[in-house]
Design a binder for this molecule. Sequence first.
Ligand code: KIV
Length: 291
Amino acid sequence: MSTTSTISKKSAVSDPEQVSETMPKRKKMTVPAFTAAKGGRPLVCLTAYTAHVAHIVDEQADMILVGDSLGMVIHGMPNTLGVTMEHMIMHGQAVMRGAEKALVVVDMPFGSFEESPEVAFRNAARLIKETGCTAVKLEGGREMAPTIRHLTNRGIPVMAHVGLMPQQMNTAGGFKAVREKDQFDEVIKDAQAVEEAGAFSVVVEGVAVRLANKITKSVGIPTIGIGASVECDGQILVFEDMIGLFPRVPTFVKRYGNMEEMMRDAVERYSSEVRERKFPSDDYTYKMKAD
Ligand code: KIV
């Protein structure tokens, strides 16, 4: 890694003139401020798994999620079920080194919270202690309400996740969006139950536009949509999907860049230059120190 790319948390705000001209002054996002944003300007959320990406995303995002999607987009797993606490802690620590203003939330991986509220507390506390993140996210609706209540009563802010829940892919028979009218009430009840249990916000994944609208109107906490339309209070995408670095693109992902193409091009040009002995040219070599 070159020394010029070393992350400085201060670099983005070290020049006061640059701050006032190019971006509004931002305070560190807190859990109460995030909840209070319900119904106001849309909340910008993205995932990040590394320090440098977190540093870039932090310049714009209200919330950075260290999602268990890292199993798929970073570690090449077929789904999120194999992700461990150790994965989440390692990537959570990296993200915390790069993030300054955004609220950082770390996902609870499959198997770390379902068994009992006590097990969930132990693992959630570990994520917070060992990464320094502010909150955790867990998948589940009414069935997880007692666990959410247990955590929030003990000082752990929880972001919930309803609708399409990737950790339940085996019981659901795949990643299934919620599009049938007779499924709507169940998801609305889930969203209301997690709010009632104390969740400060809820991710709504893979639901029809009309359902997203109903959920957003039925709860007093911000709904953060992924594949859930503009009817949510905010949006989240997986960073690698958004920049075009992951080959499988779900319907709801808009690619804002094509990093895969850029990376392939860079690897090709580097390889040709090495083969032709053009790299490293004089500019990239050490000269002898004068005696
Ligand atoms: O793991 C993840 O990235 C997520 C988002 C898709 C919300 O849960």
